[in-house]
Design a protein around this ligand. Sequence first.
Ligand code: ATP
Length: 290
Amino acid sequence: MIKIERLTKRYGKKIALRGIDLEVKEGELFAYLGPNGAGKTTTIRILTGLTRPTSGSAWLNGFHIEKDSINAKRQCGLVPQTINLDSELTVFENLNLHGILFQIPLNERKRRIFELLEYIGMENMVNIQVSKLSGGLKRRLTIARALLHFPKILFLDEPTVGLDASIRRKIWALIKKIQQEGTTIFLTTHYIEEAEFLAERVAFIDDGRIVAVDSPQALMSRLGQWAVDTIQGDSIKTTYFKTKEEAKRFISFQNGSFSLRRVNLEDAFLQLTGKRVNRLKSYNKNQEKF
Ligand code: ATP
């Protein structure tokens, strides 16, 4: 559904993408995980036609993003990182305007708007001015707007940034529901837990390069199943083990205090890039202290 070949992007002297190759299958929920400045937004902007690549090619559902840009754009909906709804207009007016731009005929447009508002649980907010909505509701409305023209691919750029934990979980549930109904989802995030919870496959991106692509489980199990953390000076040293018994045996031969926990996606990212990405407060809640 998404195919990317040797994609590069330069902004003057700054190289944002250094040759990206990637394929995302139809119906897949794919996460693009990396720290700030890694090149995530740049990739989405190129794929959705908002900026041109310096070199390389990409296709959305078989349509080339530059040679067949109108058809390529019709394949996708975009939820940008910064909410760009028209705050003076109502919920309905925002969706209606988008539908007009996509040339959806009036009756079909109205039907689709009410169907989507029901889908995102905002059917009672049709005439509310957007400026009066909470951050979570604005995010849901932006998702509905991106789905209005029945896109095959939904691009979500950091969809839960700045939202509190309970709203974040509601957005996650909505994203899963959209995927279950057949839409291919390409999501960028710098939250480890978001990628681990949502994605079937994850690409780690760092400094404009993809360093690994696999399922979260496969990326984690490259290291083992269990991790033992110990503080050494001002850093944490982590040792990985296949079984909990091996990890406990290791601890029994050491002095000092240790935390035993399951290997997580952050370990895999750290191992491959030497960098940490953001984690949510709830991460690593199941550790045992020794
Ligand atoms: P974030 O999570 O902070 O949005 P990101 O992974 O999406 O990060 P990008 O926004 O794609 O990263 O940026 C990649 C690199 O390109 C960064 O170093 C950024 O400063 C630079 N960059 C992005 N847009 C521009 C621009 N218009 N002009 C110059 N440099 C840019």
